[in-house]
Design a protein around this ligand. Structure first.
Ligand code: AOS
Ligand code: ZN
Ligand code: ZN
Ligand code: ZN
Length: 424
């Protein structure tokens, strides 16, 4: 299904007077308003193909129905989100869950909805029916060269699919690790991972990047071979300029200062981008901004300051992607909320008075520095986002319109109450 333009326009028309009141109230105090609105309009966040179905845990999965049954339908779901918020203009595919059998047709279908393809993701954390050797004891770090070769070949195949779709990055997340002390020689595992990644790196086209994701634990519970940003940074440094470190917000132990990690990776030109989500305990993959929106703002504060210092284009210089799982919510509603939360944090960071903050830091005026940050954080920027959406042809209130149009019911009618998507 697709949302007619007239439906969006009609909803905007009804909501406009209230929007205008709210917008004027906040806009009055903002300097450089048009630049901020332009930046917000340019800022898009990629949607992962695996997040369009209901997620689950090892204990169960409760589908809400009407999930996309094919890659085409996943693209349609992202198209719906993008039609509503004009902020989700790309999709990140996962191989082998989303093999693009006819890349030209898939690309044309996406382009028709204003979408393109973000990073492609490889999968060596599961065994597929067609595969010869098992990844039970790891993939790129495996002690058996034959298993490593199979995993390397898979990654190179993923690059090939990505090239056909005009993607520009391969995203690698490894579950490789050990469950018990003594199981693995840690140095050996790291060296074999590096060697395997080097072979994959060699297969990257000139204008491609490889993004190396880290994660402290799960599914392995004693060691993970790429367990933290230092290990990922070491790999990406040894690999070369096309390799960078990917930060998934859920992949940190409790109370880690993620904004500091981000600031330093950015400084070194090694920040690939993000997998956005939120968490309370571990890799919870909750809706972005649902648990700790202040941390998200502080991350964006480092990003905006650091990117401006390096003359980087906010919208395109690094990869912006959601990586979440939806156990109890409608995935589309959850993704709409997540995109909104990311853009709220971005908008708040754009409001920070950088000159005043630098002065306060120079003066060691701790109180002033905190006031400057929290003034930006406590500004209700939602009317700015709505205005930017309106100017881009989206809807003032994406969630409200999605519900008013009973989109999920339409999808259930079209696809069935039991339609289940591939994913986590
Ligand atoms: C796993 O925990 C990671 O966050 C991955 O980035 C991702 O969820 C997975 O690669 C999906 O394919
Ligand atoms: Zn991730
Ligand atoms: Zn994760
Ligand atoms: Zn996660």
């Amino acid at each position: 299904m697709q949302l007619e333009k007239s439906i969006i326009e009609e909803a905007n028309h009804k909501q406009y007077p209230a929007h205008q009141r709210r917008f004027d109230f906040v806009a009055e105090d903002i300097s450089g308003l048009d630049t901020i609105l332009k930046k917000l309009g340019d800022f898009n966040i990629a949607i992962p193909s695996w997040a369009l179905g209901t997620g689950g845990t090892r204990f169960g999965r409760f589908s809400g129905g009407g999930e996309p049954r094919s890659l085409e339908e996943k693209i349609e779901d992202v198209g719906l989100i993008h039609a509503l918020n004009r902020s989700s203009n790309s999709i990140s595919l996962h191989i082998p869950w989303d093999i693009p059998k006819n890349a030209d047709a898939i690309k044309a279908h996406a382009a028709q909805l204003g979408l393109h393809f973000d990073a492609v993701n490889s999968n060596t954390f599961q065994d597929q029916a067609t595969q010869e050797l098992s990844y039970k004891y790891g993939s790129l770090h495996h002690v058996d060269k034959a298993v490593r070769k199979q995993a390397i070949a898979h990654n190179i195949e993923v690059i090939k699919y990505g090239v056909e779709l005009d993607s520009k990055a391969l995203s690698v997340w490894l579950s490789d690790g050990s469950n018990f002390p003594g199981q693995l020689n840690m140095r050996g595992a790291f060296e074999r991972t590096l060697e395997s990644l080097q072979e994959i790196y060699e297969a990257l086209p000139a204008d491609w990047k490889v993004w190396v994701e880290y994660k402290p634990y799960e599914p392995n519970f004693y060691s993970t071979t790429i367990g933290d940003w230092g290990q990922s940074y070491l790999l990406s440094s040894k690999l070369g300029s096309k390799a960078q470190t990917l930060v998934d917000l859920g992949h940190h132990l409790g109370s880690t200062n993620i904004e500091q990690i981000v600031a330093l990776l950015l400084m070194e030109g090694k920040l690939a981008g993000f997998h956005f989500n939120d968490s309370k305990y571990g890799d919870d993959d909750l809706t972005v901004g649902s648990i700790n929106p202040y941390q998200l703002f502080l991350i964006f504060n480092e990003l905006v300051e650091g990117m401006d210092a390096r003359g980087m284009n906010h919208a395109t210089a690094i990869g912006w992607m959601i990586d979440a799982s939806h156990n109890v919510k409608d995935p589309i509603e959850d993704l709409i909320q997540s995109v909104e939360a990311i853009k709220i944090a971005y908008a708040q960071a754009l409001l920070v008075d950088v000159t005043a903050l630098k002065q306060a830091q120079q003066d060691n005026d701790v109180v002033k520095a905190q006031e400057i940050l929290q003034h930006a954080y406590r500004t209700d920027v939602r009317p700015l986002l709505a205005e930017a959406r309106l100017r881009a042809g989206g809807t003032l209130d994406p969630l409200a319109l999605y519900r008013a149009q009973a989109v999920r019911n339409q999808l259930i009618n079209e696809r069935g109450a039991k339609a289940v998507s591939t994913g986590l």
